[in-house]
Ligand binder design. Structure first.
Ligand code: SF4
Length: 319
């Protein structure tokens, strides 16, 4: 599925800056890899640093070449999203001296993040420490909302309290707008298939675009799940984005949606545990569902065959 960038994209680039009162970039440059946390907090980090006066250098979008590079520069046992982080960092080599890589411990209060995300700065220092200084901050919404985290980071970077507040305001506004653009309401041209998964799979246009493109070619609408809610406490899953996927599946009404397509990653430890819960949630709703597993070797032909078979089966059962 990684062969060509398809014609689907979000209205706002998840790492594009948009601070309306953009300060001159006087504090130096910061590289932001367009992977993982760029999609978990879309628009937030770039806007925040730009608002504080930094020149943000984005690694650029995911491309076929970058996915191929991911297979070369990263550890073989990593999942594709973590490999892609390494490839995006690799693409920043020679362009910046400092990169931002947060330690993500929780993105939703009451839930925890995938353990791999808690080790990111250490892994990046070990792999790229000879190329970059790694600026980091702990993101743990069980301890403080991300707004407070931004304030803490701003103070560490020497900003005044007022500068930190304004930068956090702009960053949160940018994130709300970008998250909203990622959510799509049901199409009027028939019951859509919903694309679910971790935000860095569903919101990266290069990874999810081909799925939506294939659905369009088959004459059925496809929509991405939204990431603007908090998961319900008391569910079976403690990982934040897995709990969001589970809740989204439980809320899907088969009268309004044709089916669910879970965009997962080869070697994803969290999904390997959560998948039976996803399947049960879909079955309990009477909603057809399938899993598509991504890695750097996935082919567009294989993807087409599987989606086509799924849509045929669902259409046949509905007759
Ligand atoms: S949740 Fe899965 S895909 Fe995401 S970083 Fe963890 S192992 Fe990788």
């Amino acid at each position: 599925m990684m062969h060509a960038r398809q014609g689907f994209s979000l209205k706002h680039d998840p790492v594009a800056g948009s601070a309306p009162w953009l300060a001159p970039a006087v504090r130096g440059a910061i590289g932001i890899p367009q992977a993982l946390f760029a999609y978990m907090y879309p628009g937030l980090w770039t806007t925040f640093f730009e608002a504080l006066g930094y020149a943000v250098v984005a690694s650029g979008p995911t491309t076929r070449q970058r996915i191929e590079r991911a297979g070369l520069v990263s550890e073989t046992e990593h999942c594709l999203p973590v490999k892609l982080l390494d490839a995006h960092l690799d693409a920043l080599t020679g362009r910046v001296k400092r990169v931002f890589v947060p330690r993500i411990l929780s993105t939703r209060r009451g839930f925890i993040a995938c353990p791999k995300l808690g080790a990111l700065p250490d892994a990046v220092r070990a792999r790229f420490g000879d190329r970059f200084d790694v600026l980091t901050v702990d993101v743990d919404e069980n301890k403080e909302p991300v707004r407070k985290t931004l304030g803490r980071l701003a103070r560490r970077l020497g900003a005044t309290a007022r500068e930190g507040r304004r930068a956090a305001d702009d960053a949160e506004t940018a994130m709300r707008r970008t998250r909203f653009d990622g959510a799509v309401t049901p199409a009027e041209s028939g019951k859509p298939y919903v694309l679910l998964g971790h935000p860095y799979n569903v919101l990266d246009p290069y990874l999810s675009g081909p799925v939506l493109h294939i659905l369009e070619r088959l004459g059925v609408p496809g929509v991405r799940m939204a990431f603007d809610s908090a998961p319900q406490p008391g569910g079976p899953l403690q990982w934040d984005s897995c709990a969001l996927i589970y809740d989204a599946l439980q809320a899907l009404d088969p009268a309004r949606y044709a089916g669910a397509i879970h965009l997962s990653s080869f070697s994803c430890g969290c999904d390997s545990i959560a998948e039976p819960f996803f399947r049960d949630a879909a079955q309990a709703r009477g909603l057809p569902s399938m899993v598509l597993c991504l890695d750097e070797h996935a082919s567009l032909t294989g993807l087409e065959t599987r989606i086509e078979a799924f849509v045929d089966t669902v259409s046949g059962a509905a007759l």
